[in-house]
Design a protein around this ligand. Structure first.
Ligand SMILES: C[S@@+](CC[C@H](N)C(=O)[O-])C[C@H]1O[C@@H](n2cnc3c(N)ncnc32)[C@H](O)[C@@H]1O
Length: 396
């Protein structure tokens, strides 16, 4: 049987033609030696998945997700309203999560909407894991070749203490962020599915970094991204601030290893360190900006408090702490029985184990207790608990 992988690796003519056709950047790829696994070239920043089969399945699952998140969910929501109305209840009456679950859980239309979503998520991880684990030697060799290459450096810390709360398989990703050596690959392509095909070129991260507030004096020598995962935001930060020293830290060794490899391949000199956000190992006052994206809803409340304290320690006077995360669903989104039900359901089935804690944390209070002046990046008023943005400045 024809092996596409061997064919494309063996024949530079065919491989080159494929890369050129898809606007690939194989010629500029910088992973040393012959280790670069890129059998179907790259579409600008994104290396194509290595076989058409894997890519087609991902594509199907991404568009299936878009349909489930859109039309299917609308039908389920309508059903939720009808169930409430039939019981003479107002859909917007505040109700505890468990009551909403009791009311709506047995309905087959709502159940089908949830089941479709979960199955798509499970199949998405499986499709990716099968590919990356089935060819583990090649992918491990690719990362190994990049470990000591630049631009940018990688610091792994395999003996570090990992709090229990960091080991959950959040989003049902097998092995989670810390337990699968190929987790960085699986996560990156998995999030392409999460972001519903809108972030293949890290375009969401490109926009996000432009929105990160900067210190009043405009001095930006060093930036830290906490909970950097596959490094997309960290790389975009380095591109926006090429003269700054930019670091991404993550508890997951597989995450920072993949992030660094991608930086090497794209020629972007951000640095990555495996470290806890609450214990990064950098000196006091080292950074001008400490930022995070979607970190806090995935850590325990104690973890969040310690991370904010560490952010305060790491910033120089006048430095900015800025985080963006999910909105507080209790206040903004959980206004209907259906959305309360859905939030519980994500917590239970998508293993978002810290989401409920996140919803009830008073982040502005945590910031001011740590010594920050709480600020609103979009105006003068202090950011409320219900905002997706959180900003504190370290008093000068
Ligand atoms: C949803 S992902 C973050 C996405 C990423 N910031 C981005 O820009 O796309 C959450 C990340 O936080 C990391 N994480 C969770 N707890 C952590 C901790 N205490 N210290 C460092 N990283 C942590 C996880 O390993 C995971 O990679």
């Amino acid at each position: 049987m024809l092996n596409r992988r061997t064919l494309f690796q063996a024949s530079t003519t065919v491989g080159g033609a494929v890369a050129a056709f898809f606007g690939g950047r194989k010629a500029q790829a910088k992973i040393p030696g012959m280790a670069d696994v890129e059998p179907r070239g790259a579409d600008r920043r994104l290396e194509r998945l290595p076989t058409l089969d894997v890519e087609s399945r991902e594509d199907f699952l991404t568009h299936f997700r878009i349909w489930v998140n859109g039309d299917v969910r609308k039908v389920a929501e309508k059903r939720g309203k009808a169930i409430m109305a039939a019981k003479g209840l107002d859909n917007r009456t505040p109700m505890p999560h468990d009551d909403a679950v009791k009311l709506l859980d047995g309905d087959h239309i709502i159940g089908l909407s949830g089941r479709a979503w979960i199955s798509a998520q499970q199949l998405m991880w499986k499709n990716l894991q099968d590919e990356f684990h089935g060819n583990a030697d090649a992918y491990l060799a690719e990362m190994e070749a990049a470990d000591n290459a630049g631009p940018g450096k990688l610091e792994l810390n395999p003996d570090m203490h990992m709090p229990k709360y960091t080991k959950h398989e959040i989003h049902m990703q097998p092995g989670g962020y810390v337990g699968d050596p190929l987790g960085g690959y699986v996560y990156h392509y998995g999030t392409n599915n999460f972001w519903e095909a809108r972030n293949y070129q890290d375009e969401m991260h490109e926009q996000l970094v432009k929105g990160i507030p900067v210190p009043k004096d405009g001095k930006i020598k060093r930036i830290l991204h906490m909970g950097c995962s596959s490094g997309q935001l960290t790389l975009r930060l380095k591109e926006l601030y090429p003269d700054a020293e930019v670091w991404g830290v993550d508890v997951g060794g597989p995450m920072v290893r993949y992030a660094h490899m991608r930086g090497v391949d794209l020629g972007i000199g951000a640095n990555f360190r495996q470290a806890l956000a609450e214990d990064t190992g950098f000196p006091d006052g080292y950074f001008d900006i400490v930022t995070s994206f979607l970190l806090f809803h995935e850590v325990s409340s104690e973890g969040a408090e310690d991370i904010i304290k560490e952010g305060h320690r790491l910033l120089r006077p006048g430095g900015v702490f800025y985080s963006r995360d999910q909105r507080d669903w209790t206040k903004l989104r959980e206004r209907t029985a259906f959305s309360r039900y859905q939030s519980s359901w994500i917590w239970r089935w998508n293993h978002e184990v810290w989401q409920r804690d996140h919803n009830s944390n008073d982040y502005p209070k945590m910031l001011s207790s740590a010594g920050f002046q709480v600020a609103n990046p979009r105006g003068e008023k202090a950011v409320g608990n219900a905002s997706s943005e959180l900003m504190g400045t370290k008093p000068a």
